[in-house]
Design a protein around this ligand. Sequence first.
Ligand code: COA
Length: 181
Amino acid sequence: MAALVELSTERLVLRGWRDADLEPFAWQNADPRVREFFHPPVLPREESDALAARIRAGFDEHGFGLWAVEVPGVAPFIGFVGLAVPRFEAHFTPCVEVGWYVAFDHWGRGYALEAARAAVRFGFDELHLDEIVAMTVPGNQRSRRVMERLGMQHDLAGDFDHPRVPDGPLKRHVLYRLSPA
Ligand SMILES: CC(C)(COP(=O)(O)OP(=O)(O)OC[C@H]1O[C@@H](n2cnc3c(N)ncnc32)[C@H](O)[C@@H]1OP(=O)(O)O)[C@@H](O)C(=O)NCCC(=O)NCCS
């Protein structure tokens, strides 16, 4: 089992998951505003817990993952931000992606960007990755803004149909790429 790495930034701690995170995570997964660009549009408690368990298992496998994000003095858990190894196959896999998923009440404060900057720095400086990607549906402008503020480039030739998403309006994804500075 790999040792769990934790990261901290000016306002945030990116830490390992705790059982106490499961309840706020379930609220987040029951919020259609958070899941506007995900399928299905909400997750019941069991599926939320199962998702958290898969995320926790990823840390055991890799030593990094989608960290639970805490804002000390504000909230013990606002969602997750971090690095993940996609389990599906596409023209750009195998790869490491950066992703974020923040509770609605904590949007608009720059937390996702601040946490993502720390995750990306860890990926390049400590994991020595030669590239980090990100993906979302074209209409997820908030997420695309985080990608662009991170300095990621939209790979115009890289857009793809996500193999894990059923046919419909959420299937097409844009692909962003970032190389070490
Ligand atoms: C995508 C998501 C993380 C973006 O959250 P966000 O809060 O908009 O993103 P940031 O953390 O970068 O914050 C940026 C906003 O905070 C504002 N902000 C306030 N204080 C700030 C600060 N100190 N530093 C930076 N930005 C700050 C910015 O002006 C910006 O607001 P604006 O979009 O109105 O211009 C969030 O919408 C989310 O979790 N969505 C649901 C899950 C999802 O879709 N995930 C992506 C799947 S690919």
